[in-house]
Design a protein around this ligand. Structure first.
Ligand SMILES: [Zn+2]
Length: 366
């Protein structure tokens, strides 16, 4: 089943990657002879991969954190915007994808008959794509919000009927939506003004007030998980969830205790994703989940990750109950059996840092 799923995705991926990359980037790659290189992160030069998931929803990898895109007649909605270094190329890739979706990949029909003709296309070419309308930030991390400024400035907010003329700035740029803690923390960190969320929510969830590209979009707050401002985004019609960094395929979850993160919140968030997910058959397929980093997943992948995080939490909890110190817990290696899959000894988030964050989450607060 899984092999079938993968195989059925490979062809469209190859096609779309070729079509969706900006020409400039493609030339650059050609010159440097890196044609078949896998997606790189944070380099500003790596290859993007664009994966069509279902209906109008796509996943874009390689620009920092994974990006979910809804591209269609209403314009573009993006979940996260990658790193700042990638933002020019990301914008070019999004615009290229829009053009491709608008024309269905065909420059013109190459036949004419009674029912189909080149004539309408020649008389009136496809309407220019609508702008980027919404950006939703799953957290404040720079590899998820780095492109906010560039991408939102290339877009336009959908305004009501009465703002024009009163507020000159009202239609400028796409809306940037996030949990209010993202705005608070980005403001404290003195992030550039144009990269800040323009619309925030403080309740359990928020939904777009109308269908976008034919479906409802629900933004759900996951309290105290990766940070205190995490959101997951649920495309209700396409049945796709963008999970942000509470769920990632390349590492243990990053728990930013300083910014309000907690192991228990991560587990609750993963359970929330599982509550929303329905498998197609025997836990495979069905609801598709875009992790913060790494390959596209289904609910079985989320369940495995949830179990892993829960088991490690329980082990550390037991060790704390036995009176072990942080050093003793690290030495006992509570993650040992999962380390070949998720462990890291170098880089921004090592296994050591994960165990310490779990410990900090669980010890009684003074
Ligand atoms: Zn990330």
């Amino acid at each position: 089943m899984r092999n079938l799923l993968r195989r059925s995705l490979i062809l469209p991926v190859v096609l779309l990657v070729a079509l969706a990359l900006g020409t400039a980037a493609a030339q650059q790659r050609g010159q440097r002879g890196q044609g078949g290189q896998q997606a790189q992160q944070n380099a500003g030069t790596g290859q993007f991969e664009i994966l069509p998931i279902r209906n109008n929803v796509y996943m874009l990898a390689g620009a920092g954190g994974n990006i979910a895109l809804s591209v269609g007649p209403d314009g573009v909605l993006m979940v996260d915007t990658g790193t700042a270094a990638n933002s020019d190329r990301l914008l070019a890739a999004v615009q290229q994808l829009q053009r491709q979706v608008a024309t269905n990949g065909l420059p013109a029909w190459n036949f004419a008959a009674e029912t189909r003709s080149n004539l309408p296309r020649m008389i009136s070419p496809p309407a220019p794509p609508k702008p980027i309308r919404y950006i939703i930030d799953t957290s404040l991390d720079p590899d998820h919000t780095g492109g906010n400024e560039k991408l939102s400035q290339a877009g336009a907010t959908i305004t009501g009927g009465n703002v024009a003329g009163n507020i000159a700035d009202a239609g400028t740029g796409a809306s940037i939506i996030a949990n209010e803690n993202v705005l608070l923390r980005m403001t404290t960190a003195q992030a550039p003004f144009r990269s800040l969320p323009t619309d925030t929510y403080h309740m359990d969830s928020m939904k777009l007030s109308h269908f976008f590209n034919g479906e409802g979009v629900l933004i759900i707050h996951i309290p105290s998980a990766h940070t205190d401002g995490d959101s997951i985004v649920y495309f209700r019609g396409s049945d796709v969830i963008a999970a942000g960094d509470i769920f990632r395929m390349d590492n243990y979850p990053v728990i930013d205790v300083e910014r309000g993160g907690n192991i228990q919140g991560v587990i609750d968030g993963l359970n929330r994703i599982l509550d929303l997910s329905i498998a197609e058959f025997r836990t495979e397929g069905g609801t598709m989940v875009i992790p913060g980093h790494g390959r596209l997943c289904d609910s079985a992948d989320v369940a495995y990750y949830r179990d892993m995080v829960t088991i490690i939490r329980d082990r550390v909890q037991d060790m704390i109950k036995k009176g072990m110190s942080l050093q003793q817990i690290k030495a006992a290696r509570p993650t040992k059996d999962y380390d070949p899959r998720y462990g890291k000894t170098t880089g921004p988030w090592t296994t050591d840092m994960f165990v310490e964050a779990v410990y900090q989450s669980l010890i009684p607060k003074k």
